[in-house]
Write a protein that binds this ligand. Sequence first.
Ligand SMILES: [Zn+2]
Length: 54
Amino acid sequence: MVDTKFDEYGNKIINEAGANSFPCPGCGGAEISRSRQARAQSKEYTCNCGFIGP
Ligand SMILES: [Zn+2]
């Protein structure tokens, strides 16, 4: 049985080796993907709309 989870916005969370992807909180458009390494380093991401976040 696949344990499918959804975040607070109803987006499906796919458990893939610690990777994480989600729509930009700023514009809700572009999907942001973060690698496990990037998360471990708390690396910032920058969207095309200019949104920068943790
Ligand atoms: Zn954006």
